[in-house]
Design a protein around this ligand. Structure first.
Ligand SMILES: [Zn+2]
Length: 166
């Protein structure tokens, strides 16, 4: 069995227990969405999940089902929701670990920063009267493609200024 299959069986077991406790109906759609989510490494938006579903799911579900299932998985603490700049981003958190996210304030893309130093520091943090379940740190800034676009725009604006002066 692969690591991802292991992750899914653990996640499916937890979802089953959660739904049993809440009297929520077990539907094949919910488990298929969870299975696909377990194959994604990293952060994804609902649009990206839809693309993953189209490519990898055994059957297709509506966007409403996707949205509702994400909410359910979030309640069941199987998925963490990052509420960032534009669209919400989600991530599988069956085995939570500290992380650093880079959020582009221009285009809204989110990616993980690989830094074991900060991750170690995050995992050591303790708060009084507060239990940390998911240590996440966000850095807001500009991604590479937005920096490039910005500098092209600036260069173009400067050029236009020079032309106007002439
Ligand atoms: Zn950007």
């Amino acid at each position: 069995m692969s690591e991802k299959t292991d992750l899914y069986s653990l996640a499916a077991q937890r979802l089953t227990e959660y739904m049993k406790g809440k009297n929520i109906r077990k539907t094949p759609e919910r488990f298929e969405i969870l299975r696909v989510i377990c194959q994604i490494s990293g952060i994804f938006s609902i649009d990206e999940l839809q693309v993953y579903m189209e490519k990898n799911a055994k059957f297709q579900v509506s966007r409403v089902t996707l949205f509702n299932t994400l909410k359910l998985l979030e309640d069941a603490t199987l998925v963490i929701k990052h509420t960032l700049a534009r669209a919400a981003h989600y991530e599988c958190c069956i085995t939570p670990h500290p992380m650093v996210c880079l959020v582009c304030q221009k285009c809204g893309t989110v990616r993980k920063l690989e830094s074991s130093k900060i991750e170690n520091w995050l995992s050591e943090q303790k708060c009084k009267q507060f239990v940390i379940t998911q240590p996440v740190l966000y850095f807001h800034g500009l991604c590479r493609s937005c920096i490039v676009k910005n500098s092209i725009r600036k260069r173009q604006a400067n050029k236009n200024k020079k032309i106007q002066k002439k």
